[in-house]
Design a protein around this ligand. Sequence first.
Ligand SMILES: Cc1cc2nc3c(=O)[nH]c(=O)nc-3n(C[C@H](O)[C@H](O)[C@H](O)COP(=O)(O)OP(=O)(O)OC[C@H]3O[C@@H](n4cnc5c(N)ncnc54)[C@H](O)[C@@H]3O)c2cc1C
Length: 270
Amino acid sequence: MPGDSWHAWIVNEELARIGVGGVPASLMVHGIGLPPILNWGTEAMQAEIAPPILRGEKWISLGISEPGGGSDVANLSTTAVRDGDHYIVTGSKTYITGGMRANWVSTAVRTGEAGAKGVSMLLIPTDAEGFSRTPLDRKMGWWASDTATLYFDQVRVPVSNLIGRENEGFRVIMTNFNNERMGMAAAMEAFGRVCLEESVAWATERSTFGKRLADHQVIRHKIAQMKQKLNATQAYIRLCYESIEAGTPNPGDIALLESASERGNGVLRA
Ligand SMILES: Cc1cc2nc3c(=O)[nH]c(=O)nc-3n(C[C@H](O)[C@H](O)[C@H](O)COP(=O)(O)OP(=O)(O)OC[C@H]3O[C@@H](n4cnc5c(N)ncnc54)[C@H](O)[C@@H]3O)c2cc1C
């Protein structure tokens, strides 16, 4: 039975309960790298790529962000210039989760005019000549997840590796972001709930000024606020998943949800 959004939510929540972001990022990176292939790739591509990845034998990453910037996807500068039945790819990507071990990278490249209408998605095998990578070391967190900078030095990629149509990659990327944002929101809400549980446990264990922290009114108030904000985020997640399952996702709401969840559901400031 194929999974649906509710299964994805459960997986994200349960993995977040370990309280370490790098582990789910490392284990689930195919959740952002593979959907472009499943939703927009050719049947031949899907048959070759999906089975070994889903069996856990091979790895795929998503390569959108560049050293020059990540938010402004429409202005990415890695180029793929047509040369017969190949593209010649030149440029680099950074902050790529799972990038050091990936066998393939679903990569955003510029094939056309400036802006969103000149962007395509290309499946690039990491054993291609001209491809190299270096790890991002000295990270503040997510140590369990490798994060890489990728370099493309005139890498020849067959035109048949195009994911979707040429110059229509921006839509592929933005559609893919919906899924990623929901996963991030679900995980962040669950991480927030881990913080809540830890806070309650500490407040009942620790005593100051002759009584448990939990018996000081200001602490009780803070804990109540944490739960209130988490519940509101959880309800918003449910609303967005319901719209996805109904076939009417609202990308604006999904982006707002992720942004709200990123700010710690307000929990850390409660
Ligand atoms: C742990 C980690 C894993 C990652 N994994 C991947 C991955 O697997 N694949 C991938 O492609 N990328 C990945 N990224 C990159 C991530 O998507 C980018 O960091 C993100 O898109 C932001 O890009 P940037 O870091 O270049 O910041 P910039 O785009 O330079 O933005 C800098 C700051 O300016 C703000 N800003 C930007 N534009 C505006 C605006 N118009 N208005 C107001 N404020 C603005 C941003 O919010 C940010 O605070 C990862 C990043 C991290 C930290």
